[in-house]
Ligand binder design. Structure first.
Ligand code: NAD
Length: 393
């Protein structure tokens, strides 16, 4: 079993990574939460094989804790304030106190929802994250960002889903990433999680010398990563969680505005990516429209390609960086182009519209070299348009 520490000054916690990690949750509650909790509220993902959820629930219950389980079928539409409201009512009715934990067992959607429920109930109760997708293990479960999407209608009648606009920073007390649970994850979600690993590789060299080699390591081990060999996947998760932990410790609340530092770098590929993700009817394979909509990681892969090409257009990075990223994404069957994009202007509007509604100026993360990125405020629209055009199939 591996462990990565997130050494935040206010609150240090451990990410336990390995086969059987879920078996450690019950003991953690009695030994590490102060006193044994009387109640626990489990928010479980319906996609996770029930046996994993049941074993956690039984082990916690055996310690005399009353466990309530709510099962959610994750979707971006239901990652909403309405879902939070329903869950908060259930938590209140279960007799939950401030000392009692909320436990998320699921992918990024369930983790973000459960984290926000825990952050809001009585101004904050402990949350334990048990990520069950690769994406949530390497990214979403670590770092304390929680929240939901907001659906708004603007003055021109256009409906927008503003991703993760409502939320709170609420660090977990512990994270348990059980590699065995990934066996049931379907191929497309496995690949989708790899996109966030590539993202970490693309910012790694700027975060610390020890993280500079992630992309090359991923390419070297691409066969066993594609086969989802458990030993290689465990190392992949450890390497990625280490990068995420270092970025979060350096800038917990995304408050560093410097060009090359801070948590904002983790948004590499996401400004473009969110725009294509929310277009709705795009497929990662132009010949298979039934695969629409894009999954989060697929949109991030396209977003990173667009950002790299925007960086090339801005003169910030060389063609080698663009070619290198394409090679890595292709090695993992991630899309680098997409069919059916609306006009470039419409995609730019989509990016700017979301920012305008949320009161933020357009800001993108562009590469400056292999494994290094910078934050660019108010980028030249030409660069953005070049980036979008570069991913058009
Ligand atoms: N908080 C953060 O820092 C952060 C970072 C990155 C992404 N996110 C969020 O994470 C979400 C995406 O997460 P995701 O990719 O995990 O998607 P997801 O939560 O939608 O899960 C993907 C699918 O996998 C299923 N599933 C989960 N575990 C499974 C298992 N072990 N076996 C079989 N099926 C399983 C789910 O039911 C779902 O159908 C987005 O909403 C994104 O905004 C948050």
């Amino acid at each position: 079993m591996d462990a990565v520490k997130v050494n935040l000054p206010s609150h240090e916690y451990k990410v336990t990574i390995g086969a059987g990690a879920l078996g450690r949750v019950a003991t953690f509650l009695t030994t590490d939460l102060g006193s044994s909790p009387q109640h626990a509220f489990v928010i479980a993902d319906s996609g996770v094989p029930r046996s994993f959820v049941d074993s956690v629930v039984q082990a916690i219950g055996a310690n005399g804790c009353e466990v309530r389980v709510e099962t959610l079928t994750p979707s971006e539409q239901d990652k909403s304030v309405e879902t939070i409201h329903e869950l908060l009512k259930q938590v209140a009715l279960s007799g939950h106190t401030r000392a009692d934990p909320v436990i998320a067992i699921g992918g990024g959607v369930v983790g973000d929802i459960a984290g926000f429920v825990a952050a809001s109930y009585q101004r904050g109760v402990p949350v334990i994250q048990c990520p069950t997708t690769l994406l949530s293990m390497v990214d979403a479960s670590v770092g304390g960002k929680t929240g939901v999407n907001l659906s708004v209608e603007s003055s021109n009648g256009e409906q927008s889903l503003l991703k993760n606009l409502v939320g709170a920073f609420h660090q977990p007390r512990g994270v348990f990433a059980d590699i065995e649970v990934l066996e049931s994850l379907d191929e497309r979600y496995r690949v989708s999680g790899l996109a966030e690993c590539v993202k970490h590789g693309m910012i790694g060299a700027g975060v610390g010398i020890e993280h500079a080699g992630l992309m090359d390591w991923m390419l070297e081990h691409s066969d066993s990563i594609r086969r989802f060999d458990p030993v290689t996947i465990q190392e992949l998760v450890v390497r990625n969680v280490s990068i995420k932990a270092d970025v979060v410790v350096a800038d917990e609340r995304e408050s560093i505005e410097a060009k090359a530092g801070g948590r904002m770098l983790l948004n590499f590929g996401h400004t473009f990516g969110h725009a294509v993700e929310t277009i709705g009817d795009l497929s990662p394979d132009a010949s298979r429209p039934e695969l629409a909509p894009l999954h989060h990681g697929e949109a991030v892969a396209l977003g990173m390609m667009a950002a790299c090409n925007a960086g090339l257009s801005a003169g910030l990075c060389s063609q080698d960086v663009v070619d290198g990223l394409k090679k890595v994404l292709e090695a993992f069957n991630l899309p680098t182009r997409v069919g059916g994009l609306p006009t470039t202007l419409k995609v730019v509007e989509r990016m700017s519209h979301d920012k305008k509604v949320s009161g933020k100026a357009l800001r993108v993360i562009l590469p400056t070299g292999w494994g290094k990125c910078e934050i660019i405020n108010d980028p030249d629209p030409e660069w953005i348009m070049d980036g979008i055009d570069s991913i058009r199939a």
